[in-house]
Design a protein around this ligand. Structure first.
Ligand code: ZN
Length: 395
């Protein structure tokens, strides 16, 4: 009897303990699935996002000359640059699209079909391709090419060796289109944030090409910088103001602070050179997002002083935290000029912008060859303004 009862109890206990075991295993598996799977997915997503971010940056640089993930120090100028681009892209979108297609066709030899074609390694290929086409274009422009300056440029030497590969008829045709209507364009080259150790070199380059440009300088009182302020004027360029401190937090805090900073840079330039500067560029541009006051307050102030402020509609991308190659900076400027009849090009003259100087040589090479009108800014030039001067006068 006892035996039977024990057997019966065992019979009912065994399936129950099995069930408990199964439930335990189920819970353990569920926990593993719920914890580990999302973690693995997160890691995969992280790498995927990182990859996409890089692709976006490369595309942004290719199309607009700025990245989306620039470093803090220049983020405001980046935002402003991106905004300028957005607005100019809207108005000239259709033209841009056709131009961009043409550019990609030319640069890659075929239309870009996927993102992978935009990887860094392809950039090197593109660089060489463009150099080849640039060189052969020079060949077409008989008598115009500047042999002496080419030989001094190490990067172009590579192109010289590649020049012997004759492009086919189709490539030649697209090269003719590349600089279409450049001889009808006006370009104002502007250099912000100087003087720097490169100012002298920039001035030498500009005079070698007999081109006048505009320097939006900041306040520096050392002997070299003061000499540079004078040299800029002596060479026939325009000396513009870009604030004394270039410190957004100081300048834009209040009208009083803006007035102090403005007076300081204008007086420094006047005392050093005897020239009263009449043009201004807001650090970060007029549509920067760091002003505590409404920008119209500062615009009204400049209007009262009869000072014209200039933004830009073409960037080289040298304000970004990323170190772009001279070729990338060059392409950004040339592609920007293609879609505007009048271009104000933003470049930088700071100690960290050695590549900008190399790019400048290439830019000057192309623009002078293509017959672009290169002029310095002055208060009579119709300005390009992200926030219109006139809109603030109405307020
Ligand atoms: Zn600046």
């Amino acid at each position: 009897m006892d035996k039977e009862m024990r057997a019966g109890r065992q019979g009912s206990n065994t399936p129950r303990s099995n069930r408990v075991k199964r439930i335990k295993i189920f819970i353990v598996i569920s926990v593993i699935v719920l914890l580990i799977l999302p973690t693995v997915l997160c890691i995969i997503m992280f790498f995927k996002l990182n990859f996409l971010q890089k692709q976006i940056d490369i595309l942004m640089v290719d199309r607009y000359g700025v990245t989306y993930s620039g470093k803090n120090s220049t983020s405001n100028e980046l935002i402003a640059q991106a905004e300028t681009y957005n607005s100019s892209m809207k108005t000239e979108q259709s033209k841009t699209e056709s131009d961009q297609t043409r550019i990609s066709d030319k640069v890659n030899g075929k239309k870009m079909t996927n993102l992978e074609e935009n990887t860094k390694s392809d950039y090197n290929k593109k660089e060489t391709d463009t150099k080849v086409s640039k060189e052969s274009n020079k060949k077409d422009q008989t008598g115009k090419s500047n042999g002496k300056s080419q030989n001094t440029d190490k990067s172009l030497k590579t192109a010289d060796t590649l020049k012997s590969d004759k492009p086919d008829a189709k490539t030649q045709k697209s090269q003719e289109n590349e600089f279409k209507d450049f001889d009808k364009k006006t370009v104002y080259l502007t250099f912000d944030d100087g003087p720097s150790k490169y100012t002298e070199e920039i001035l030498k380059l500009l005079s070698a090409y007999q081109v006048k440009a505009t320097f939006f300088v900041i306040g520096k009182t050392d002997t070299y910088s003061k000499k540079m302020y004078k040299e800029i004027l002596k060479d026939g360029h325009t000396l513009g103001m870009h604030s004394y401190s270039h410190d957004y937090n100081k300048i834009y805090k209040s009208l009083e602070d803006f007035d102090k900073d403005f007076t300081k840079i204008r007086d420094l330039l006047y005392d050093t050179t005897g020239y009263l500067s009449t043009i201004y560029r807001f650090p970060g541009g007029s549509s920067n997002s760091v002003m505590k006051e409404d920008v119209s307050v500062f615009i009204n102030y400049l209007n009262q002083k009869s000072v014209v402020y200039f933004d830009w509609n073409v960037v080289s991308g040298d304000a970004t935290g990323v170190e772009y190659t001279p070729q990338e900076l060059y392409e950004s400027v040339i592609n920007g000029i293609k879609v505007h009849n009048r271009s104000i090009v933003l470049m930088h003259d700071t100690d960290a912008k050695g590549n900008s100087v190399k790019a400048l040589k290439m830019i000057l090479d192309t623009l002078t060859e293509q017959g672009v009108e290169l002029l310095p800014l002055n208060e009579d030039v119709t300005p390009i303004q992200q926030v219109k001067s006139s809109s603030s006068e109405l307020k």
